[in-house]
Design a binder for this molecule. Structure first.
Ligand SMILES: [Zn+2]
Length: 113
């Protein structure tokens, strides 16, 4: 389950960003082609966050759609997984431009810090 090491990296990044402050919430963006299982990521957060600045924090997971670029008509489009045809011209075979990300988007820290 590689989500454990991925979450360890996210927690490190959150702690580095927060500095001395505790973390109230983490917002993480997960692409459907990243191979990351969201439930496993949440489990990893529950398992790893105690003892870190993010202990008790909220985990917001933003799931993205795959992003494609159509080489025929030039459209950029997002599609649900399983349908990759261009919505503008119907062409298949768009180039993948995104959807495989796993990144820490932002964190929330308490107001008084
Ligand atoms: Zn097209």
């Amino acid at each position: 389950m590689h989500e454990l090491s991925l979450m360890a990296n996210l927690l490190d990044a959150a702690a580095a960003t927060a500095g001395e402050s505790p973390v109230c919430a983490l917002r993480v963006r997960v692409g459907p082609l990243s191979g990351v299982v969201v439930d496993a990521l949440r489990f990893a957060f529950e398992a790893l966050s105690p003892g870190t600045p993010a202990e008790g924090a909220r985990l917001d997971i933003e799931e993205t759609s795959p992003l494609f670029h159509c080489p025929r008509c030039g459209a950029d489009y997002a599609t649900p997984v399983g349908s990759y045809d261009c919505p503008s011209c119907g062409s298949a075979g768009g180039e993948l431009r995104g959807g495989n990300e796993l990144e820490l988007v932002s964190i929330e820290v308490p107001d008084h810090v």
